[in-house]
Design a protein around this ligand. Structure first.
Ligand code: AGP
Length: 607
């Protein structure tokens, strides 16, 4: 997702803008730029590529104390200098940066061209800049307001004007914006990570809201110019949580943070003695949740894999029909939502366009909607009837790791919360919670042997096709392990329910193919051992994830990575850890950009 930063105050803007853009790099981008306003008017500098390319073309000592900056992830138009943001109007007095997509940009472009406007870029954002330029008559806020009334689509945007050197106008519709409140200064951003170095006091803009920002004032209105008063909230994250803290990569840091992040995720939410889960965010809708006749879990990518683990948890503990839907499919499928349907949207960022659209569809059709999300105050968190935050801290690496185990943990908590209100006995709930409380220390035990995963990665990182197999609760983990490997090492990998191998993919097995098999103790252990034998007889190289103490598996697998024993519904929290580590080390060994994989963004805020 693109990144937005803006500064207005008494300090030089450039260092703040550049540092803010660097903190937004993790979201993925392919060009960047800044616009400054001062006594000399408006100046714009931008460049394709990394922010280091931008630093070559800007005056790092520029005196201006008002500016906006942007990292772009190309949607309309290639990642070039010309298409990079900010975009100016033809007069060269107005500059715009924008996250989102303007759906009616072609019609507006044609309209403006007929009025004599000459476009320089292929972007939809330039259409916005030119439209504002056409409407500007001395009041920037009013010109933006009138322009946005003509826009169909999504935006998180900021605008500056040479004639108003103390003003940033911002507006939000479907793409997040927050304003950091400092001493005689304000910092606008699309993500708290860009603000934390300056203040933890922020105001979240809501959809359909505009902000007129000066050093000493933050005026919020609706698009219809009605005043609004949003609370000033405190960001709980600390700066060191969004910094590397000595690790080589954010992904490695976040993998190793999981004992602590899962502790935090569970803190205050479980009572083993009473066999009770406390989820304050669900109290107001608990009665409706308990009466649910059907549960739909939805999300994208890793969040969808966590939702698939959730399906097993809900059907096991809550005994209510549960299904999992890709958000991108659910939103266009004319879904059947009837009385007693609960839709749970799962997300790390809370800004994924498809997930938000699926949630909007569910809300419009009358479902009770819950959010399972990490970013506090995110669009998803504000669009659901209720929800539970992951509380795993900021996840900077594009490949989701601690958010995955956080999502699964929260889904396990919700399943136990509802199960206990239906038919789970206190003893059964206590046993489940007891197992859940042991997970953080068990994850730490797995991480203590992280070097064994590196050995596996070294052995097979040059192989270009891997297979991941799992059964039952570990089938979603096979999908997640394959995704991790694909997205950061660019090795092709496919996850399958182990029994499905015989229905075609077994034709792929050769001695060149690493096959990761999740073969932990459980109800399908013997079946999965049979699958391993099927792979081996065809020369496949088996990498097994097994339960500590299993001596049989070492006889039939080339490599075995052990995890502690736990109840089957919670095994994904442990079996996913070695797969995260294998993917991480394979990517490093292949010289890939682990935290910013090619073509990927941390949050996919466009369709
Ligand atoms: C996972 O490693 C990927 N980064 C991606 O699949 C991600 O899980 C997906 O885009 C959903 O993002 P969200 O959790 O922020 O909604």
């Amino acid at each position: 997702m693109c990144g937005i930063i803006g500064y207005v105050g008494s300090r030089a803007a450039v260092p703040i803008l550049v540092e803010g853009l660097k903190r937004l790099e993790y979201r993925g981008y392919d060009s960047s730029g800044v616009a400054l306003v001062g006594s000399g008017g408006l100046s714009i500098a931008k460049a394709a590529g990394r922010i280091s390319a931008l630093e070559q073309v800007i005056d790092l000592d520029a005196p201006q104390s008002l500016g906006i900056g942007h990292t772009r992830w190309a949607t309309h138009g290639a990642p070039t200098d010309i298409n990079a943001h900010p975009h100016a109007d033809s007069s060269g007095r107005i500059a715009v940066i924008h996250n989102g997509i303007i759906e009616n940009d072609r019609a507006l472009r044609t309209y403006l061209e007929r009025k004599g406007v000459v476009f320089t870029s292929e972007t939809d954002t330039e259409v916005l800049a030119q439209l504002i330029g056409q409407l500007y008559d001395g009041d920037l806020e009013q010109a933006v307001r009138e322009a946005l009334r003509e826009i169909t689509g999504t935006y998180g945007m900021a605008v500056v004007c040479a004639d108003e050197p103390n003003v940033i106008v911002a507006a939000r519709q479907g793409s997040p914006l927050i304003v950091g409140v400092g001493k005689n200064e304000h910092i606008l951003a699309s993500d708290a990570a860009a603000i934390l170095a300056h203040t933890t006091q922020v105001v979240f803009l809501g959809d359909g809201q505009m902000a007129r920002i000066t050093p000493d004032d933050l005026k919020l209105t609706t698009l219809d110019a009605m005043p609004v008063a949003n609370d000033v909230e405190k960001i709980e994250w600390s700066l060191d949580e969004i910094e590397l803290a000595g690790y080589d990569h954010f992904m490695k840091k976040e993998i190793h943070e999981q004992p602590a992040s899962l502790e935090t995720c569970l803190r205050g939410r479980v009572d083993t003695r009473e066999g009770v889960v406390h989820l304050g965010g669900l109290v107001d809708c608990a009665r409706d949740l308990v009466r649910a006749k059907r549960i739909i879990l939805t999300g994208c990518g890793t969040a969808w894999h966590a939702a698939l683990v959730g399906e097993y948890l809900f059907e096991e503990l809550v005994r209510v029909p549960t299904e999992v839907e890709y958000a991108s499919e659910f939103r266009y499928r004319n879904p059947i939502i009837d009385d007693g349907t609960v839709v749970i949207a799962v997300s790390q960022s809370g800004e994924t366009a498809d997930t938000l659209a699926a949630l909007k569809e569910a809300n419009q059709r009358g479902a009770l909607t819950l959010g399972v999300v990490n970013v506090v105050g995110s669009t998803l968190a504000r669009a659901t009837d209720a929800g539970v935050y992951l509380h795993v801290g900021p996840e900077i690496g594009v490949a989701s790791t601690k958010a995955f185990t956080g999502q699964v943990t929260v889904l396990a908590l919700i399943a136990c919360y509802l199960g206990r209100r239906k038919h789970m006995s206190p003893a059964a709930a206590s046993q489940f919670i007891d197992a859940l409380e042991k997970i953080p220390e068990q994850v730490a035990a797995i991480l203590a042997q992280a070097d064994k995963a590196e050995v596996v990665a070294e052995a097979y990182c040059k192989k270009d096709n891997w297979l991941y197999l799992g059964r039952g609760n570990n089938y979603p983990v096979a999908l997640e392990g394959a995704l991790k490997l694909k997205e950061i090492s660019y090795i092709h990998a496919e996850g399958l329910p182990a029994a499905e191998m015989k229905h075609g993919p077994i034709a792929l097995i050769t001695e060149a193919m690493p096959v990761v098999v999740i073969a932990t103790a459980g109800s399908q252990y013997q079946k999965i051992m049979n699958n391993i034998s099927e792979v081996r007889t065809r020369g496949g190289r088996v990498i097994a994830i097994a339960t500590e103490g299993d001596r049989e598996i070492a006889k039939i697998a080339e490599h075995v990575l052990y995890v502690p024993d736990t109840i089957e519904p919670l095994q994904p929290l442990l079996t996913s850890i070695p797969l995260q580590l294998i993917a991480y080390h394979a990517a490093v060994l292949r010289g890939c950009n682990v935290d910013k994989p090619r073509n990927l963004a941390k949050s996919v805020t466009v369709e």
